[in-house]
Structure formats: structure tokens, C-alpha cells
Design a protein around this ligand. Structure first.
Ligand SMILES: Nc1ncnc2c1ncn2[C@@H]1O[C@H](COP(=O)(O)OP(=O)(O)O)[C@@H](O)[C@H]1O
Ligand SMILES: [Mg+2]
Length: 219
């Protein structure tokens, strides 16, 4: 269960303050594929970074299966993030000098210092990138890059997948592959939280939330 409790976040510079989220609150059950929608600039990426433990809120809590993510030390939080969460970034963040297979396995090296080639193969087969396994990201299509990023996020068998506009740069066929992988993940008991400004992508989710007036509203 993911409990988002009254998350408030302000960006501050020397001259300006920008309140982006104000007491955003939601509960998302395991086995759910949830979409969080809203126009560009409404705070979707900010919220996802907070849910992933990558950005501190001003106030509020993120509870993952009863554990308060921001009550942990930063080392402990980094470990829990690697164990529990898979993050699919908007711009993939693949490592340019590693091959597809090495990028996927990088998730395992971060967590336990060793790789599982059977797991990597299984994911590459599932996402149809096995014949691209020795290529570096620069030689891949955008869809292949996104599927590689998704395989990396799934590699450690996370309980929660967080995805930022995962279909934003994809053609319909690749978008379908990614959204189906999210549905499969949720049907197997995982939780998916996808932020998007594409209503068509959100429709494939089990539940829809909107960011309205800096807070979360169930659709
Ligand atoms: N690091 C930052 N510093 C200052 N302002 C930011 C920062 N990141 C995002 N913003 C601003 O916060 C608002 C929400 O941004 P973001 O969460 O990226 O929205 P979305 O993902 O919905 O497009 C925007 O106005 C954006 O310009
Ligand atoms: Mg964004």
C-alpha cells in the first residue's frame, strides 16, 4: 500500500517561491495500475520524485507498506528505493556507454553487486529487445530505449513501479507494449504509478487521479 499523506512542496530560489503541491493525499492499493494526470507544469514529475524518495517534500509523508520513506536516513532510503521501487524516467537515463544488457543489469549491481543473466534474458525476451542486447542506447530506436529502461526498472522485482510520461515519446505500438507491461505488473500484485498528460494512456490504468489546484483528486 502506498499512502501519500498531505504532501506539500515548494521550490525556492533567492527571489522566488513556487508552491507546486499542497497537501496532496492519496492511497494506492497493491495490484493497482494508477495514473496521475494533469497538464504540463502541474507538478506530476515533482510528485513522482517525492514518491520515489528522490525529492524531500516540505511537509507530509510517503508511506510504503507502512514505512515512512522520509523518516529513514538517506543511506537507508537509497537501499529501500533499490529494493522496493523501479523508476522509469521520462528521458530514460540509460548509460550511454553500456549495452542494453549491461544497462538492465546495472540495476542489480547497484543493489547487490552481482548480476542475474537469466533474469536479464527473461526481461529482454518479454520486451522484445533480445536481438538488441549488445547495442548501446545511441544505436536504438526510442521505443527500444524505453523498453530497455523498463526492463532495468523491473529487474530487481520491485513492488512499485513509478513512471514519468512513459508513453510521451512513443509511437502507438510501443506505447501499447509499455502500458500492457504495466497492466501485467499490477495483475501480478505490484503497484504502478504512472504520471501522464495523455488521457489515452491514463484510460488504460485501473484508477485515475488528477492534480487539480495543487492537490490530488480522484477521477
Ligand atoms: N527544480 C525546480 N526548481 C524550480 N522550479 C521547478 C523545479 N522543477 C520544477 N519546477 C517548476 O514546478 C512546476 C511543476 O513542475 P513539474 O513537476 O515538472 O510539472 P509536470 O511534470 O506536471 O510538467 C513547474 O512550474 C516547473 O517549472
Ligand atoms: Mg513532468
Amino acid at each position: 500500500m502506498i499512502d501519500i499523506q498531505k504532501i506539500t512542496k515548494t521550490y525556492r530560489s533567492e527571489t522566488k517561491e513556487l508552491l507546486v503541491l499542497k497537501e496532496a493525499t492519496a492511497s494506492i492499493k497493491p495490484g493497482t495500475f494508477a495514473a496521475i494526470c494533469g497538464p504540463s507544469g502541474c507538478g506530476k514529475s515533482t510528485l513522482l520524485l517525492v514518491l520515489g524518495g528522490l525529492l524531500h517534500p516540505d511537509t507530509g509523508r510517503v508511506m510504503i507498506d507502512g514505512e515512512d520513506l522520509f523518516a529513514l536516513s538517506s543511506e537507508r532510503r537509497a537501499l529501500r528505493r533499490a529494493q522496493l521501487l523501479g523508476f522509469v524516467f521520462q528521458r530514460f537515463h540509460l548509460i550511454p556507454y553500456l549495452t542494453v544488457e549491461e544497462n538492465i543489469e546495472a540495476a542489480a549491481i547497484a543493489l547487490r553487486g552481482s548480476t542475474d543473466q537469466v533474469r536479464a534474458k527473461e526481461l529482454m525476451d518479454q520486451l522484445n529487445i533480445t536481438d538488441r542486447r549488445t547495442h548501446v542506447p545511441g544505436k536504438l530506436s526510442v521505443g527500444e530505449q524505453q523498453r530497455t529502461a523498463l526492463a532495468r526498472a523491473l529487474y530487481n522485482r520491485p513492488r512499485v513501479l513509478l513512471a514519468d510520461e512513459p508513453t510521451g515519446n512513443l509511437d502507438p505500438e510501443n506505447a501499447e507494449i509499455v502500458l500492457n507491461a504495466f497492466s501485467d505488473f499490477a495483475n501480478a500484485g505490484g503497484t504502478v504509478i504512472m504520471v501522464t498528460h495523455h488521457p489515452e494512456a491514463a484510460e488504460q490504468a485501473d484508477t485515475q487521479w488528477w492534480i487539480k489546484n495543487k492537490t490530488l483528486v480522484k477521477g
